[in-house]
Design a protein around this ligand. Structure first.
Ligand code: ZN
Length: 431
């Protein structure tokens, strides 16, 4: 094996010292480089020299997605333009896109972080990595590719879609690692099955990004590709924080190791903005420790998760957070209950006989809200049991989420699949 990309610290104390150093550097950097940040810090009554311990992070003001949109096209820019070498942007479903700018060092740091992903996933220099995610303004494609090159494996930068070419390359290039969204992986696994090329495919690992997916889905992808679902990894990532590649779940699949030597993760109660108790769910708030171009000071991600206490069995020193429970953006209110699609998904995953694909449909009739949950039957499951399975899901939804909905079991493959993110919630209630 070549060089290691794992962190250099060994103990929690060493990590904390590293984080404090990075926090001090960042506050200093934004104070000197960004009018926006300096004004915010002044308004909060904090100067760089006030940061003397990690707890002082709580004195810092928050940054939100609104701030990013407000400052379009170069939000949070903290260095002069001559230092910037690239921008990336996330899709903006409403309003302006979030654009982030990078210095050469930011790009190098990101590449290093991404190489660490491949190291943690157990790749080696002989691996051939088919990168079936979007290229361009997205942080995805180029991030996956730069990491492969830094790590020393071979990148196959094919991009998303084009299933014929994907299938051809899986065989001809002898691809060993596939990187894509969960929906795309399922689509490709089904293609491998349909085309009868499973014996010719050499995939040994799959890295899934940018979309929540269930264990049932991993199971199905693993089954169709002929690999152990343990070899299917989850990669988190958001444009604001470099892009994907800032963490990975290890082979234990007990949460996502995140790169705590590059950023601090706080889990806060989204209402009070106070820290939750260790292990409790709250909003993920991120502060970068080395980012130059557009650093983040307590950026509110709107993602809900929790820190997993204790050390991982894999022995890795990097701390872990749980899978994302959902985003407050995805949240819908049904009969006065706040519901995240992830909660429904969790219920479905624990009921045998159904696949991981589901849709939630919300309607309003005579002033009253109704929820219908469509769930796909597993390919080999018995149609005669649909009613019983549906009732079981309804019962669990009621018990676990305190709301009632009607469950309809539909044929396997009948719900829309997409190569990007699958839409799960269809809200027809109007305003
Ligand atoms: Zn681990």
């Amino acid at each position: 094996m070549g060089k290691s990309f794992m962190p250099t610290y060994k103990t929690d104390e060493e990590l904390k010292a590293l984080q404090l150093e990075g926090l001090k550097w960042t506050v200093n950097h934004v104070w000197n480089g960004s009018d926006f940040y300096r004004e915010r810090l002044q308004a909060a009554g904090v100067k760089p020299e006030d940061i003397t311990s990690l707890d002082d992070i709580r004195r810092l003001p928050f940054v939100t997605a609104y701030d990013l949109r407000d400052q379009y096209p170069f939000p949070l820019r903290t260095v002069p333009f001559e230092k910037l070498v690239r921008i990336h942007a996330s899709s903006g479903t409403t309003g302006k896109r979030k654009v982030m700018s990078y210095t050469a060092k930011d790009i190098a740091d990101w590449r290093h972080m991404f190489a660490r992903v491949y190291e943690l996933a157990g790749l080696n220099e002989l691996d051939r990595v088919q990168i079936a995610v979007g290229y361009g303004l997205w942080t995805a494609g180029v991030g996956f590719q730069a990491g492969v090159e830094e790590f020393g494996a071979m990148a196959i930068p094919i991009g998303p879609g084009n299933l014929d070419l994907q299938a051809e390359f899986l065989v001809d290039m002898e691809t060993t690692v596939l990187c894509c969204t969960a929906s795309m992986a399922l689509l490709m696994a089904e293609q491998v099955e349909q085309r009868g090329i499973r014996d010719k495919v050499k995939i040994r690992k799959v890295i899934l990004g940018s979309e929540r997916h269930s264990e049932a889905m991993d199971q199905r992808i693993g089954e169709l590709l002929g690999i152990d679902p343990k070899d299917i990894y989850d990669i988190p990532g958001m444009t604001e924080l470099y892009g994907p590649g800032t963490g990975l779940d290890c082979r234990q699949h007990q949460g996502i190791h995140y790169w705590a030597d590059y950023f601090i993760l706080e889990i806060l109660n989204p209402e009070t903005l106070e820290p939750v108790a260790e292990g409790e769910t709250g909003e993920m708030v991120v502060t970068t420790l080395r980012k130059e171009g557009a650093p983040l000071l307590r950026y509110r991600t709107r993602d809900l998760t929790r820190i997993i206490p204790g050390t991982c069995e894999c022995g890795c020193v990097l701390p872990r957070h749980d899978k994302l429970l959902g985003r407050s953006d995805d949240m819908f209110i049904f009969r006065a209950v706040n519901i995240y699609p992830g909660q429904i998904e969790h219920v479905i995953n624990n009921v045998p006989g159904v696949s991981s694909e589901y849709n939630i449909i919300l309607d309003r009739r005579d002033g009253k809200d109704f929820m219908t949950i469509l769930v796909e039957r597993e390919p080999e499951a018995d149609v005669a049991k649909d009613k019983e399975v549906g009732k079981q899901i309804e019962k669990r939804v009621k018990a676990e989420i305190m709301c009632s909905g009607d469950v309809e079991i539909v044929d396997y493959g009948s719900l829309p699949r997409s190569e990007r993110k699958s839409k799960r919630v269809y809200d027809n209630r109007g305003q």
